[in-house]
Design a protein around this ligand. Structure first.
Ligand SMILES: [Zn+2]
Length: 545
């Protein structure tokens, strides 16, 4: 049965280059998951886009003396180049700068207002008397009240990961002028998140198969008591508020409009297809499933706020799962674009082939705990696992078949070792599917590599190179059996390694489903070139130093 599956991927702030931590945390896992489900015959809609509205963008644009639009356009183009190089298989990667997104956001705002989930309040907010303006959260820095970190931002502490209110900060200072801001009255719209405490608690209780750290975190939030949250702020960059009540100089808060991006992107995708109602298949259909691929700092937005917003809107499906990842750390520091730590995707692609990089990161996906990654570790995985176990296997079998026949030969009778190998590969393929469906993508990759290793063990036991003289027919049977097994392993690796999967199309055919395809007698086999190049470990270790 074909199931509609929405693969919703965190929207990167178009305020700086994305790093390997972001790639391993959200974009690559989502792509692996989407590619698997397409092969499994499900109807996948995978969407995301650049978040062009955050204060990280206005802060940086101010610093560079350019407009937020210019800055976000620059990084949006860079993201598109990253995705193309890595072959991330979006159905749509758009941006929050579109007219469609503004319209969908305003529609949700008006529905929430109409349903009584938005109200207007006067609050005190930090004002910079020198710059003569109210300060959005990210324009304020100070000391974290929880961990004492000295450069916590008004919205979040990068050190302990807690979300903050600017008034929580000890010794706050304006990021614009450095002066101590003063509190002044200002009027804003609030989303009544507290109204959703019991519905969210009940909904979280129905979640099955969620990662424990995600569910615990979300439940902890609900148990601490949900606070109503402002959804407008003093900024002239963002989605316009669709009612005139507040006067000029205010916009919809980015946290509110960014999560709506999943819905607006789905609608944009449908419009571009010429089937403007097609988005409903993923959003209004109770049989549809939705998976939100985000980093753990995004758990509250996707496991609490967005579900509450969807409940407040009515008629739209809540997330099936939020398989949030922990952090990838590079030499102990969190990979964070805002703090400039870690290798950017573009820098990494100058050193590693795209599939090799995909492999090494997927083998280290931080699914259950923070994971350390170094250049040397990436290089070691490529050489000792990907090249040694998979690349060399494919090259060896294709080379022998090319040299002997230049094509897939006719085989003799199968022996039990042959049928056992193929049964093992089929079983591991089925097990890999179970892992990926549970979003255990590391295990899915390991299972496929176990299948590759089984083929290596089979070849070492049967020694077709030695059989060539004594029993050439048996040698052919062994090599073709190995090639059939490789065809199955390749399916298991296809979601992880799209480029090199395609390179085997001439011999093994396009991968179109999650099952081991037949190998056709007589298919020409050209002299193979290696799927991957070994990396120079000594050079990488120097880079780490
Ligand atoms: Zn902190």
């Amino acid at each position: 049965m074909s199931t509609p599956i929405l693969v919703a991927v965190a929207w990167p702030y178009a305020s700086g280059s994305r790093h390997l931590g972001h790639l391993a945390g959200a974009y690559l896992p989502a792509d692996v998951f989407a590619r698997y489900h397409r092969l499994a015959g499900n109807e996948v809609l995978m969407v995301s886009g650049s978040d062009v509205h955050g204060t990280p963008i206005t802060v940086r644009a101010d610093a560079e003396g350019i407009s937020p639009a210019e800055l976000s356009e620059r990084y949006h183009r860079e993201f598109l180049a990253n995705w193309e190089a890595l072959d991330i298989s979006w159905d749509l990667f758009t941006s929050t700068g579109t007219e469609n997104h503004h319209r969908v956001t305003q529609d949700m705002f008006l529905r929430h207002l109409e349903n009584g989930y938005i109200d207007k309040r006067t609050t005190q907010q930090y004002y910079d008397p020198t710059a003569e303006r109210f300060l959005p959260d990210r324009y304020i820095e100070g000391t974290c009240p929880h961990c004492g970190y000295g450069e916590a931002r008004g919205d979040q502490c990068d050190n302990c990961g807690r979300t903050l209110d600017p008034t929580d900060l000890v010794e706050p200072r304006s990021k614009i002028t450095g002066v101590t801001p003063v509190l002044r009255d200002t009027e804003h719209f609030y989303f009544r998140l507290s109204d959703f405490t019991e519905p969210l608690r009940a909904w979280l209780d129905t979640r099955v198969g969620w990662r424990r750290h995600v569910l615990n975190f979300a439940r902890g939030w609900v148990d601490e008591g949900l606070q109503d949250r402002p959804i407008t702020r003093d900024l002239d960059w963002g989605v316009e508020i669709p009612v005139p009540d507040l006067g000029p100089g205010k916009r919809i808060y980015v946290w509110y409009d960014a999560v709506i991006g999943y819905l607006s992107a789905s609608k944009e995708w449908a419009q571009r297809r010429g089937e403007p109602e097609a988005w409903r298949h993923w959003w209004e259909n109770p049989d549809a499933r939705s998976y939100y691929f985000v980093g753990k700092d995004n758990i509250p937005f996707h496991a609490i706020f967005w579900p509450a917003m969807l409940l407040g809107y009515g008629g739209l499906q809540l997330p099936t799962d939020v398989p949030a990842n922990q952090y990838v750390t590079f030499k102990g520091g969190k990979a964070s674009a805002s703090r400039g730590i870690g290798l950017t995707i573009g820098e990494a692609l100058e050193v590693f082939e795209p599939d090799a990089l995909r492999y090494a990161l997927a083998a280290s996906f931080p699914e259950q705990s923070d994971t350390d990654v170094t250049m040397a570790e990436i290089g070691r995985r490529i050489n000792e696992e990907l090249v040694a176990t998979w690349g060399n296997l494919v090259n060896r079998v294709l080379s022998m078949l090319h040299k002997q026949h230049g094509a897939v030969p006719v085989t003799g009778e199968r022996q039990s070792a042959d049928t056992e190998l193929l049964a093992t590969v089929d079983e591991l393929l089925a097990r890999g599917a179970e892992h990926i469906e549970r979003v255990e993508l590391r295990a899915g990759l390991r299972t496929a590599m176990d299948a590759a290793q089984a083929v290596n063990v089979y070849l070492n036991a049967t020694e077709p190179w030695a059989l060539r003289r004594s029993d050439p027919e048996r040698a052919d049977t062994v090599l073709v059996t190995a090639l059939e097994a490789i065809a199955g392993v390749r399916v298991g690796l296809a979601p992880y390694l799209p480029h090199t999967t395609r390179r085997l199309d001439p011999v093994l055919g396009e991968v179109t489903s999650w099952s081991r395809p037949e190998v056709r007698v007589g298919t020409p086999i050209d002299r193979p070139s290696p799927l991957f190049t070994k990396v120079d470990l000594a050079e990488l270790v120097d880079d780490d130093a």
